[in-house]
Design a protein around this ligand. Structure first.
Ligand SMILES: O=C(O)CCC(=O)C(=O)O
Ligand SMILES: [Fe+2]
Length: 480
């Protein structure tokens, strides 16, 4: 019996005991409409921790508020669970599930064979890991406390002392031990990214939970203050690894942007010269090669124990190392991977905006609530990702996202995905453009909800199974 079938039966049995088994037999027929346009803001979703699934329980919780009222009112969580799981499967990109499962097996294989050297690294011991000034600032958790330990040598690049020397030593020694094990067992490991031939992914050999804590309890509070516009307060997934430079290691790192909203880069050691980190301004994907303004130029020399925190889209690279050996801990943090909590509603007029570089800078003259910094919006990137996520599912049109505005504005209806429609979406026309955020989640991408354009009062949403409002009618039926 297939796993799926078996699971289905088990679930049916479980539900039968409550006398409503038949609901689960024909889920699609019974519930052709599963999700609604508007989540209920005050809705309290249930917990899906106990449900066996390939998806994160958080994903189910966050999706629950988008269920139709009919489904939401069901007392039986299994029914909701099944419906949501069905929708996720329907919209999951081909191969994604296989990839995720393959990586899970890869990690399990390492973790069940590799013997850690320093067990104390594997759970968060803040007092042992961080320098007191850093800890104090995070505990106080105010912009002032963070600024009191930080420098901002270039806009959006923050540097501060963070890790205790002993922690750095232990982590480097653990990495060395892991590499020894890899060498001895001839285990084929995946390197942190395509640019590094050396370095290891810390999440792959057991440090995932500790690094998740590092992101949640230490980096997210800081990002909430300094990187709100890219979802700093909702960072919910990370990629943690070390990079190594030196003789018989990587020598430098080319100019690039990270696949992250916010990146933490901390030097662990050891002795070295050269290898400076250089920054050249934040750009969206379409403009990564655009000119650099003089005020965007920053060269930074790494100091062991000291951290740099920056936008993932801040263009940067590392200069060649001249001597010695440099090891850095990298934590690339992303938002929206696990939950849709990042459905941030921009509640102030975002005007004026400019799309000259796809990087929308908002607010110089615009009104902003006190305490908010003038933010960047990676509008082009957001649109691209929204479209890509839709297109890659079924390829309804030739996915030339650049000509999106001519092709689809102002009303978009993705016919081959009849349930998915974006209405009233006006993109990148002239000098005005709304604020749009992609609230993606690994598997939730097909279900992208979204967007608003407060400036133009246009609303664009990705609709699920809701009636088409009719071409030419800006969708204005709802407000956030
Ligand atoms: O070597 C460094 O400090 C930069 C590393 C980096 O930017 C990366 O791995 O993405
Ligand atoms: Fe990087």
């Amino acid at each position: 019996m297939s796993v799926e079938r078996k699971e289905e039966e088990q679930q049916t049995q479980m539900i039968s005991s409550r006398g409503i088994a038949y609901w689960t037999m024909f889920p699609k027929q019974i519930f052709p409409t599963c999700l609604t346009l508007n989540p209920e803001p005050a809705y309290k979703p249930g917990s899906y921790e106990d449900m066996q699934s390939e998806f994160s329980p958080l994903l189910f919780s966050s999706m629950e508020s988008y269920l139709t009222p009919f489904l939401k009112n069901f007392v039986c969580d299994s029914i909701k669970f099944r419906q949501m799981r069905r929708v996720m499967h329907e919209y999951l990109p081909e191969g994604e599930l296989t990839r995720v499962q393959g990586h899970k097996r890869y990690r399990q294989k390492i973790i069940s064979n590799y013997q850690p050297l320093h067990g104390e690294l594997y759970t968060m011991h803040a007092a042992n890991f961080f320098v007191p000034s850093f800890l104090k600032a995070v505990i106080e958790n105010t912009e002032e406390s963070f600024r009191s330990i930080m420098r901002e040598p270039s806009r959006g690049v923050f540097t501060f002392e963070m890790l205790q020397p002993r922690f750095c030593e232990l982590l480097m020694s653990e990495v060395e031990n892991f590499e020894r094990w890899v060498h001895e067992t001839k285990f084929r490991i995946m390197r942190p990214n395509t640019m590094n031939k050396y370095g290891v992914v810390l999440d792959d050999f057991g440090l995932e939970n500790m690094l998740e804590k590092l992101m949640e309890d230490f980096i997210r509070p800081i990002s909430t203050v300094f990187f709100p516009e890219v979802g700093g307060s909702t960072l919910d997934s990370h990629h943690g690894f070390v990079v190594e430079y030196g003789k018989q290691r990587d020598l430098k790192l080319g100019f690039h942007v990270d696949d992250s909203e916010v990146t933490l880069n901390v030097c662990l050691g050891k002795q070295f010269s050269g290898g400076e980190l250089f920054f050249r301004g934040v750009r969206c994907e379409d403009h990564v090669n655009a000119e650099t303004q003089s005020e965007e130029i920053l060269d930074y020399s790494h100091v062991p124990g000291h951290a740099v925190l920056h936008y993932g889209w801040h263009r940067h690279g590392a200069r060649p190392i001249k001597s010695g050996h440099r090891i850095n801990l990298l934590l690339r943090c992303k938002t929206g991977a696990k939950t849709t909590e990042c459905l941030v509603r921009f509640d102030w007029p975002p005007a004026p905006v400019s799309l000259s570089c796809g990087l929308v800078e908002v607010g110089k003259e615009g009104k902003q609530p006190a305490g908010r910094r003038s933010p960047f919006f990676r509008a082009t990137e957001v649109y691209r990702r929204v479209l890509q996520s839709i297109f890659s599912a079924k390829k309804p049109f030739s996915a030339n996202t650049k000509s999106f505005s001519e092709e689809f504005s102002p009303i978009v209806c993705l016919r081959p995905l009849p349930q998915l429609r974006i209405l009233g979406l006006k993109i990148a026309e002239g000098s005005h453009c709304g604020i749009a955020r992609l609230f993606s989640a690994t598997n939730w991408q097909r279900l992208v909800l979204l967007f608003m354009d407060a400036f133009l009062s246009l609303r664009a949403r990705l609709l699920m199974n809701t009636p088409f409002a009719g071409a030419g009618t800006p969708f204005a039926g709802t407000t956030f």
